[in-house]
Design a binder for this molecule. Structure first.
Ligand SMILES: Cc1cc2nc3c(=O)[nH]c(=O)nc-3n(C[C@H](O)[C@H](O)[C@H](O)COP(=O)(O)OP(=O)(O)OC[C@H]3O[C@@H](n4cnc5c(N)ncnc54)[C@H](O)[C@@H]3O)c2cc1C
Length: 271
């Protein structure tokens, strides 16, 4: 075990890829009725890259019985189960604070369950982050659509847009009380629609987007959420609207009835 741990540390140094950080919770609270914001803070965030809002990360969820030391040892030994993908919502370098927003979808998933039980001093493994999903803003107009799991990427993208950007942003939330303040450009028309049971398919985003009065010019998208919805929107945007692939960020973030590992396997099989 000790040899394996040493080798893992050497491997991390050689590849210059930091192993997972073990982050500690400073604050956990319901941002809205179905969204928990967790603020992580502390020296473990030393060297965390700035400008990664909207990028994704892998969170490694501790077992309920694990102490921080046991968990840290396990990660150092290379065991990174159970992993889930989340989005960097904010990073405040001066305060060394990182926010991640978790959909509170119940205790049927380890990540959601962890967030619902998180308190000051709780801990989690963190690997990443990637860079932001949309890095260039060159379109005549923007189409943003998100269910709750993708509000963080959509909000970060809207916040990064040039202030004269124009377009439409559509948020499908479990309750209209889940509306958030988003610092979007004034030219983005924001719509909130309600879908009260996320375990059931919804056609609302499709209906809305397919009936949009489609403006002239180049469009870029930032769209993510439940896989059935995404599959249908992708077909519409690529085939009916001929949006260039390079202008599309569209991604299935989860799938009804599948845990994340199954969903990722499904996406790989689909190609
Ligand atoms: C690039 C990327 C970025 C992401 N960023 C975020 C983020 O910032 N915040 C966030 O909350 N999610 C985010 N997600 C989605 C998140 O990874 C999944 O929702 C994940 O399945 C949650 O893990 P879990 O352990 O809670 O549930 P799992 O164990 O994966 O699933 C258990 C059950 O819960 C259902 N389920 C999973 N997610 C949801 C949901 N959102 N609503 C209702 N039912 C659900 C599943 O269908 C399954 O039946 C992101 C996904 C990707 C790919």
């Amino acid at each position: 075990m000790a040899l394996q741990s040493t080798l893992q540390k050497i491997a991390n140094k050689v590849t210059k890829r930091a192993g997972p950080r073990v982050l500690s919770v400073k604050k956990a609270y319901y941002l809205t009725p179905n969204m928990i914001r967790i603020t992580f803070a502390g020296p473990e965030l030393e060297g965390f890259p700035t400008g990664c809002e909207g990028g994704n990360c892998k969170l490694i969820i501790p077992e309920p019985y694990e102490t921080k030391d046991l968990f840290t040892n396990r990660l150092e030994n290379g065991d990174r189960s159970v992993r889930r993908t989340y989005t960097v919502r904010h990073y405040r370098k001066d305060a060394q604070e990182l926010d991640i927003d978790f959909v509170a979808h119940g205790d049927n998933g380890p990540a959601s369950r962890w967030a619902m039980n998180a308190r000051e001093g709780s801990f989690i493994g963190f690997a990443g982050p990637s860079g932001p999903k949309v890095t260039h803003f060159e379109a005549d107009w923007y189409l943003v659509a998100a269910d709750p799991s993708a509000i963080p990427v959509a909000a970060a993208t809207l916040e990064a847009m040039p202030r004269d950007a124009k377009g439409v942003a559509l948020f499908e939330v479990t309750s209209l009380d889940d509306k958030q303040e988003i610092n979007a450009p004034d030219g983005i028309d924001i719509h909130w629609i309600e879908h009260t049971d996320p375990s059931k398919n919804s056609n609302a985003q499709n209906k809305f987007i397919r009936s949009l009065d489609w403006p002239e010019g180049r469009v870029q998208t930032c769209i993510a959420g439940e896989s059935h919805v995404i599959r249908s929107l992708r077909a519409f945007l690529q085939h009916d609207r001929q949006v260039a692939k390079k202008d599309l960020y569209i991604s299935g973030y989860w799938k009804i009835g599948l845990i994340e590992d199954e969903h990722q396997a499904f996406k790989r099989a689909e190609g």
